[in-house]
Structures are given as structure tokens and as C-alpha cells.
Design a protein around this ligand. Sequence first.
Ligand SMILES: O=C(O)C(=O)Cc1ccccc1
Length: 281
Amino acid sequence: MISIAHLGPSGSYSEFAATNYAQWLQRYQAQTSQLKPYNTISKAIQAAATGESDIAVVPIENSIGGSVPDTLDMLWELDSLKIQNNLVIPIHHALLSRADCLDAITTVYSHPQALSQCQKWLSSNLPDATQIATSSTTEALPRVSNDATFAAISPLWAAKLYDLPTLADPINDNPDNSTRFWVLSQQLSHCGSHTSIAFQLPDNTPGALLKPLQLFATQGINMSRIESRPTKLALGDYRFFIDIEASLDNTNTQAALQLLKNCTKSLKVFGTYEQIPTQVP
Ligand SMILES: O=C(O)C(=O)Cc1ccccc1
């Protein structure tokens, strides 16, 4: 039985993504699995890196909020983890509370990404409520259950799970809201539609980033994402995370990666993966 680490507690979007992956494993690889909730994304990733769990399913980027820095930073730091699959989950936030009306709410809890995705709704409907960041969209639900002046921005399905009324739904500012999750494990996968890599530049000179990017263009490889993260060593020092639409077992990809070693420092290859179809909630 495979264990799948994810951000909990019960009812989180990450749990939904992990459940989708578990169903896919069962259906297409006849593999049974059990979910293991952790209270931070970092702990879920660590669990897969140390072998405490076989797999971690973690958010990597949101269509509105952008990348999830914890996931990118941990993936860089923990050399052992590779990407196995990609899942995209549609996100629809609801406001859960025991309050009789919106006026009675003093405090709104949620994950920072969820709070930022509902800013317009919050400023129109709950302009005076204090917004408090939590480690996940479901972490505060036991508190919300005990105090009718509290509310949480959570997935709609969490209302049933925590026996809480839904005061408003959906409340995300943009209806086309989705989050991409990566399935991480210790095995490097070579075959799939996308490959992810990261590197640092050897020196801060004109064209230093142009050289690695030009290699992909020369090999006819399309880039689907580029993200920079500070190395945390010095101000203005970055590492770059890149997704390309090509498989590691493709000769053009291998040629590009070979040449990339000459114009980057600390090149890391996170593997090749496919998108898994997900069931809409
Ligand atoms: O907090 C959750 O439920 C998560 O899984 C992280 C998250 C938060 C907001 C949007 C998508 C994922």
C-alpha cells in the first residue's frame, strides 16, 4: 500500500488532489494507497523526501495567486524528490460560518492564497473583518465551529464535513480559478509531456539568462513556465525554475540539457510527467 502525504486537515484542496491521484493509481495501476495529512506543505514534502511517505501531492501554482514558494524552495533544497505527475484542480471558495448574517462576522480565516483570491469579495462584503492567515483552508474550521463571529474561506465540501452552514458561495473574485499540484516521489521519471528543471547562473553578466533560454529555442522546445526565486544568499541573487513541453527521453531535450550544463551552475532536473485528468467536485 502506497502512502500519499498532503496538506491537511481533512477537506483541504490538497486532500482533494491527493484523493484524485489515489483514484487514478487504483484505476490505472491497480495500486492501493492511503492518505497522510500534514499541517504544512513543507512537512508533507519532507515526509516524501525521508521515506516516511512514498509520495507527496502538493500545490505548485495557482492561476491567480501565482507560484507556491514553499514547494519550489523545498524541491530545490531536497535533492531527492522528483515530479511524477501533474494535476489541475478547479478552485471555488465558500464562506463557512455559524453567524446569522455577514454583519455578525468579526474574523475571517484562511490560507493566504485563498484570502488573496477573495480580496474583492471581502472588501465589498466584509470590509471591517480581520483576516487571519492559516496553514490551510480547513485548519480553522474547528475554531469557526465554536464561535459564531468567526468565518473561514474553505472548499464548499468542507461545510458538510465540519457540519457548518455556508453563508456565501462562490466568493472567489475570478471564476476561472485553478491550482496545479505536483505528485512528488524519489523516482526520476523520463517519459511524459512536460519536464521541469531549475538552475542558477554562473555570473551576473549581460545575456547570462539569454544563453540557457536560447538553447531551448534552438532545439525547437517550447517553454511553458519560467519562475525566479531568491537563492536567499544575497539580495538580487536568483535561481530559475523552468517547465518545457518536451520529454526527458527526447533527443532534443537531452541535447539542450547537455549544453545547459555549460552556461548554468547547479542544474537540477526534476523529471518528466503527464497531466492526470481530475474529477470535478
Ligand atoms: O489550504 C488548502 O486547502 C490547500 O490545499 C492549499 C490551497 C489553498 C488555496 C488554493 C489552493 C490550494
